[in-house]
Design a protein around this ligand. Structure first.
Ligand SMILES: [Zn+2]
Length: 298
Protein backbone atom coordinates (compact mmCIF):
# COMPACT_ATOMS: atom_id res chain seq x y z
CA UNK A 1 0.00 0.00 0.00
CA UNK A 2 1.46 3.35 -0.95
CA UNK A 3 1.21 6.60 0.97
CA UNK A 4 -1.68 7.99 -1.03
CA UNK A 5 -3.75 4.86 -0.38
CA UNK A 6 -3.00 5.16 3.33
CA UNK A 7 -4.32 8.73 3.21
CA UNK A 8 -7.50 7.67 1.48
CA UNK A 9 -8.32 4.64 3.57
CA UNK A 10 -7.13 5.55 7.05
CA UNK A 11 -7.96 9.18 7.60
CA UNK A 12 -9.52 8.56 11.02
CA UNK A 13 -8.41 6.67 14.12
CA UNK A 14 -11.66 4.74 13.88
CA UNK A 15 -10.93 3.45 10.40
CA UNK A 16 -7.46 2.28 11.55
CA UNK A 17 -8.90 0.45 14.56
CA UNK A 18 -11.56 -1.18 12.43
CA UNK A 19 -8.95 -2.37 9.98
CA UNK A 20 -6.80 -3.83 12.74
CA UNK A 21 -9.82 -5.53 14.33
CA UNK A 22 -10.57 -7.13 10.99
CA UNK A 23 -7.00 -8.42 10.69
CA UNK A 24 -6.63 -9.58 14.28
CA UNK A 25 -10.07 -10.94 15.10
CA UNK A 26 -11.92 -11.11 11.80
CA UNK A 27 -14.19 -8.57 13.50
CA UNK A 28 -15.07 -10.91 16.36
CA UNK A 29 -13.31 -9.38 19.39
CA UNK A 30 -11.45 -11.81 21.63
CA UNK A 31 -10.40 -10.86 25.15
CA UNK A 32 -6.57 -10.89 25.26
CA UNK A 33 -6.64 -11.81 28.96
CA UNK A 34 -9.06 -14.76 29.11
CA UNK A 35 -9.67 -15.46 25.38
CA UNK A 36 -13.42 -15.14 25.77
CA UNK A 37 -15.28 -13.94 22.70
CA UNK A 38 -18.20 -12.66 24.75
CA UNK A 39 -17.90 -8.92 24.95
CA UNK A 40 -19.74 -5.70 24.55
CA UNK A 41 -18.52 -2.54 22.87
CA UNK A 42 -18.02 0.33 25.28
CA UNK A 43 -19.95 3.39 24.37
CA UNK A 44 -18.14 6.00 22.28
CA UNK A 45 -14.77 4.26 22.52
CA UNK A 46 -12.90 1.67 20.54
CA UNK A 47 -12.68 -0.50 23.60
CA UNK A 48 -14.49 -3.70 24.46
CA UNK A 49 -15.71 -4.97 27.78
CA UNK A 50 -15.16 -8.69 28.40
CA UNK A 51 -18.32 -10.37 29.68
CA UNK A 52 -16.31 -13.16 31.23
CA UNK A 53 -13.41 -11.56 33.16
CA UNK A 54 -14.76 -8.02 33.04
CA UNK A 55 -11.53 -6.52 31.65
CA UNK A 56 -11.66 -3.69 29.21
CA UNK A 57 -9.44 -3.98 26.15
CA UNK A 58 -8.76 -2.66 22.67
CA UNK A 59 -7.27 -4.34 19.62
CA UNK A 60 -3.92 -2.73 20.49
CA UNK A 61 -3.33 -4.70 23.70
CA UNK A 62 -0.09 -6.71 23.51
CA UNK A 63 0.91 -5.34 20.09
CA UNK A 64 3.63 -2.95 18.94
CA UNK A 65 1.00 -0.19 19.06
CA UNK A 66 0.18 -0.68 22.73
CA UNK A 67 0.32 2.52 24.79
CA UNK A 68 1.08 4.65 21.77
CA UNK A 69 0.08 8.27 22.01
CA UNK A 70 0.38 8.82 18.28
CA UNK A 71 -2.62 8.47 15.99
CA UNK A 72 -2.53 5.07 14.28
CA UNK A 73 -2.66 6.89 10.97
CA UNK A 74 0.94 8.00 11.56
CA UNK A 75 2.00 4.44 12.30
CA UNK A 76 0.35 3.24 9.10
CA UNK A 77 2.09 6.00 7.17
CA UNK A 78 5.43 5.07 8.73
CA UNK A 79 4.94 1.42 7.78
CA UNK A 80 4.07 2.31 4.22
CA UNK A 81 7.04 4.70 3.91
CA UNK A 82 9.47 2.15 5.34
CA UNK A 83 8.24 -0.62 3.07
CA UNK A 84 8.57 1.55 0.01
CA UNK A 85 12.02 2.93 0.82
CA UNK A 86 14.26 0.51 -1.00
CA UNK A 87 17.48 1.83 0.48
CA UNK A 88 16.04 2.51 3.91
CA UNK A 89 14.69 5.64 5.54
CA UNK A 90 16.46 7.64 8.23
CA UNK A 91 14.61 8.54 11.42
CA UNK A 92 15.21 12.19 10.59
CA UNK A 93 13.51 11.86 7.22
CA UNK A 94 10.65 9.75 8.56
CA UNK A 95 10.11 12.32 11.30
CA UNK A 96 9.82 15.06 8.67
CA UNK A 97 7.48 12.97 6.54
CA UNK A 98 4.97 12.17 9.27
CA UNK A 99 5.42 15.25 11.46
CA UNK A 100 7.04 13.86 14.58
CA UNK A 101 10.45 14.48 16.12
CA UNK A 102 13.41 12.30 15.32
CA UNK A 103 13.32 10.44 18.62
CA UNK A 104 9.70 9.46 18.15
CA UNK A 105 10.38 8.43 14.56
CA UNK A 106 13.30 6.28 15.70
CA UNK A 107 11.12 4.58 18.32
CA UNK A 108 8.46 3.86 15.69
CA UNK A 109 11.07 2.38 13.38
CA UNK A 110 12.51 0.14 16.08
CA UNK A 111 9.06 -1.22 16.89
CA UNK A 112 8.18 -1.73 13.24
CA UNK A 113 11.48 -3.56 12.70
CA UNK A 114 10.58 -5.77 15.63
CA UNK A 115 7.42 -6.76 13.80
CA UNK A 116 9.43 -7.36 10.62
CA UNK A 117 11.53 -9.89 12.49
CA UNK A 118 8.78 -12.17 13.74
CA UNK A 119 6.84 -15.00 12.23
CA UNK A 120 8.72 -15.78 9.05
CA UNK A 121 7.87 -19.11 7.53
CA UNK A 122 10.03 -21.86 8.89
CA UNK A 123 10.40 -23.75 5.68
CA UNK A 124 14.06 -24.59 5.12
CA UNK A 125 15.96 -23.10 2.19
CA UNK A 126 16.18 -25.48 -0.76
CA UNK A 127 17.92 -25.69 -4.12
CA UNK A 128 21.03 -23.59 -4.56
CA UNK A 129 21.87 -21.55 -1.45
CA UNK A 130 24.58 -18.87 -1.60
CA UNK A 131 26.41 -18.27 1.66
CA UNK A 132 28.84 -15.44 2.34
CA UNK A 133 29.99 -13.29 5.22
CA UNK A 134 30.60 -9.58 5.17
CA UNK A 135 31.67 -6.84 7.56
CA UNK A 136 29.72 -3.73 8.43
CA UNK A 137 31.38 -0.60 9.79
CA UNK A 138 34.66 -0.21 11.62
CA UNK A 139 38.23 0.30 10.59
CA UNK A 140 39.33 -1.28 7.39
CA UNK A 141 42.74 -2.58 8.28
CA UNK A 142 41.58 -5.94 9.56
CA UNK A 143 39.57 -6.68 6.49
CA UNK A 144 40.77 -9.11 3.89
CA UNK A 145 42.27 -7.65 0.76
CA UNK A 146 39.20 -8.67 -1.18
CA UNK A 147 36.80 -6.95 1.23
CA UNK A 148 38.90 -3.75 1.20
CA UNK A 149 38.86 -3.82 -2.56
CA UNK A 150 35.07 -4.29 -2.59
CA UNK A 151 34.65 -1.39 -0.26
CA UNK A 152 36.86 0.89 -2.34
CA UNK A 153 34.93 -0.02 -5.45
CA UNK A 154 31.58 0.64 -3.88
CA UNK A 155 32.82 4.05 -2.69
CA UNK A 156 31.70 3.41 0.85
CA UNK A 157 33.33 5.06 3.76
CA UNK A 158 31.55 4.31 6.95
CA UNK A 159 32.60 5.71 10.27
CA UNK A 160 29.45 5.40 12.37
CA UNK A 161 30.57 2.21 14.03
CA UNK A 162 33.88 1.87 15.78
CA UNK A 163 34.21 -1.85 15.27
CA UNK A 164 33.50 -3.87 12.23
CA UNK A 165 30.80 -6.38 12.73
CA UNK A 166 30.62 -9.71 10.95
CA UNK A 167 27.33 -10.58 9.29
CA UNK A 168 26.48 -13.91 7.73
CA UNK A 169 24.10 -14.06 4.78
CA UNK A 170 22.28 -17.08 3.35
CA UNK A 171 20.43 -16.58 0.11
CA UNK A 172 18.11 -19.12 -1.44
CA UNK A 173 18.08 -18.62 -5.19
CA UNK A 174 14.32 -19.07 -5.17
CA UNK A 175 14.11 -15.73 -3.40
CA UNK A 176 14.59 -15.72 0.36
CA UNK A 177 17.41 -14.39 2.46
CA UNK A 178 18.54 -14.75 6.06
CA UNK A 179 20.98 -12.38 7.76
CA UNK A 180 22.51 -12.66 11.17
CA UNK A 181 25.04 -10.65 13.13
CA UNK A 182 27.91 -12.83 14.30
CA UNK A 183 30.00 -12.38 17.38
CA UNK A 184 32.87 -13.61 15.25
CA UNK A 185 32.89 -15.31 11.87
CA UNK A 186 34.02 -18.90 12.21
CA UNK A 187 32.63 -22.40 11.79
CA UNK A 188 31.25 -22.61 15.31
CA UNK A 189 29.06 -19.55 14.87
CA UNK A 190 28.19 -20.05 11.21
CA UNK A 191 27.30 -23.73 11.04
CA UNK A 192 24.41 -23.69 13.55
CA UNK A 193 22.78 -20.87 11.56
CA UNK A 194 23.13 -22.84 8.34
CA UNK A 195 21.73 -25.88 10.17
CA UNK A 196 18.61 -24.00 11.29
CA UNK A 197 17.99 -22.42 7.91
CA UNK A 198 19.00 -24.80 5.12
CA UNK A 199 17.65 -28.21 4.10
CA UNK A 200 20.14 -31.08 3.94
CA UNK A 201 19.02 -31.52 0.33
CA UNK A 202 20.33 -28.10 -0.68
CA UNK A 203 23.43 -27.29 -2.72
CA UNK A 204 25.61 -24.77 -0.91
CA UNK A 205 27.95 -22.30 -2.62
CA UNK A 206 30.63 -20.48 -0.64
CA UNK A 207 34.13 -19.14 -1.03
CA UNK A 208 37.12 -20.89 0.49
CA UNK A 209 36.79 -19.33 3.96
CA UNK A 210 37.72 -21.91 6.59
CA UNK A 211 34.48 -21.46 8.52
CA UNK A 212 32.64 -23.27 5.74
CA UNK A 213 34.86 -26.31 5.55
CA UNK A 214 33.26 -29.71 5.97
CA UNK A 215 29.76 -28.66 4.93
CA UNK A 216 29.87 -31.17 2.08
CA UNK A 217 29.49 -33.97 4.62
CA UNK A 218 26.13 -32.69 5.85
CA UNK A 219 24.56 -31.22 2.74
CA UNK A 220 23.79 -32.67 -0.65
CA UNK A 221 26.54 -30.64 -2.22
CA UNK A 222 29.05 -27.93 -1.30
CA UNK A 223 30.64 -25.97 -4.12
CA UNK A 224 33.69 -24.04 -2.92
CA UNK A 225 34.76 -21.25 -5.25
CA UNK A 226 38.41 -20.46 -5.25
CA UNK A 227 38.11 -16.68 -5.24
CA UNK A 228 41.76 -16.18 -4.37
CA UNK A 229 42.44 -17.56 -7.81
CA UNK A 230 39.69 -15.44 -9.31
CA UNK A 231 37.21 -18.23 -9.69
CA UNK A 232 33.89 -16.46 -9.12
CA UNK A 233 31.56 -18.65 -11.14
CA UNK A 234 31.36 -22.36 -11.74
CA UNK A 235 28.43 -23.04 -14.02
CA UNK A 236 25.32 -22.08 -12.07
CA UNK A 237 27.29 -21.88 -8.83
CA UNK A 238 28.26 -18.41 -7.69
CA UNK A 239 27.52 -15.97 -4.87
CA UNK A 240 26.80 -12.98 -7.08
CA UNK A 241 23.18 -12.61 -5.97
CA UNK A 242 24.25 -12.31 -2.36
CA UNK A 243 27.11 -9.96 -3.20
CA UNK A 244 24.68 -7.74 -5.07
CA UNK A 245 22.53 -7.73 -1.96
CA UNK A 246 25.52 -6.75 0.23
CA UNK A 247 26.05 -3.71 -1.98
CA UNK A 248 22.42 -2.67 -1.62
CA UNK A 249 22.46 -3.29 2.12
CA UNK A 250 25.60 -1.27 2.69
CA UNK A 251 24.40 1.58 0.56
CA UNK A 252 21.24 1.61 2.64
CA UNK A 253 22.94 1.37 5.99
CA UNK A 254 25.78 3.77 5.27
CA UNK A 255 23.59 6.22 3.39
CA UNK A 256 20.55 6.39 5.65
CA UNK A 257 21.66 5.25 9.05
CA UNK A 258 24.76 7.19 9.88
CA UNK A 259 25.05 5.91 13.38
CA UNK A 260 24.13 2.27 13.42
CA UNK A 261 25.40 0.83 16.65
CA UNK A 262 26.26 -2.83 16.84
CA UNK A 263 23.45 -3.25 19.33
CA UNK A 264 20.90 -2.26 16.71
CA UNK A 265 22.51 -3.76 13.63
CA UNK A 266 20.36 -6.92 13.73
CA UNK A 267 17.27 -4.76 13.77
CA UNK A 268 18.36 -3.03 10.53
CA UNK A 269 19.15 -6.41 9.03
CA UNK A 270 15.62 -7.54 9.89
CA UNK A 271 14.23 -4.61 7.94
CA UNK A 272 16.26 -5.41 4.83
CA UNK A 273 15.43 -9.12 5.19
CA UNK A 274 11.70 -8.50 5.40
CA UNK A 275 11.76 -6.17 2.43
CA UNK A 276 13.79 -8.61 0.36
CA UNK A 277 11.76 -11.68 1.24
CA UNK A 278 8.45 -9.98 0.56
CA UNK A 279 9.44 -7.67 -2.27
CA UNK A 280 7.05 -9.33 -4.73
CA UNK A 281 4.19 -9.55 -2.25
CA UNK A 282 1.55 -6.93 -3.05
CA UNK A 283 0.00 -7.31 0.39
CA UNK A 284 3.22 -6.85 2.35
CA UNK A 285 1.56 -3.93 4.16
CA UNK A 286 -1.18 -6.22 5.52
CA UNK A 287 1.38 -8.90 6.26
CA UNK A 288 3.41 -6.46 8.33
CA UNK A 289 0.31 -5.15 10.12
CA UNK A 290 -0.56 -8.75 10.95
CA UNK A 291 2.92 -9.24 12.38
CA UNK A 292 2.53 -6.01 14.32
CA UNK A 293 -0.51 -7.48 16.02
CA UNK A 294 1.21 -10.66 17.08
CA UNK A 295 1.26 -10.64 20.87
CA UNK A 296 4.67 -12.35 20.95
CA UNK A 297 6.42 -9.69 18.96
CA UNK A 298 7.69 -7.49 21.80
ZN1 LIG B 1 -11.73 -11.65 29.45
Amino acid sequence: MNVSEVFTRFSSQESCIQYLEGLRWQNEPECPYCKSKQSSQRKDTQRHQCNNCNSSYSVLVGTIFEDTKLPLFKWFLAISLMLNAKKGLSALQLGRDIGVNRKTAWYLQMRIRKAMQGGDDNELFKGIVEIDETYIGGAQRNHSRQKRQERRESGLNFTGMQHKQAVIGLLERAGRIKLEVLEKAHGKTIKPIIGQTVSKEASLVTDGFGGYSGLGKTYKEHQVLNKEKEEYVRGEYHTNTLEGFWTLLKRGIYGQYHKVSIRHLQSYLNEFTFKYNHRANKSNFDLLLNRSLMPTVL
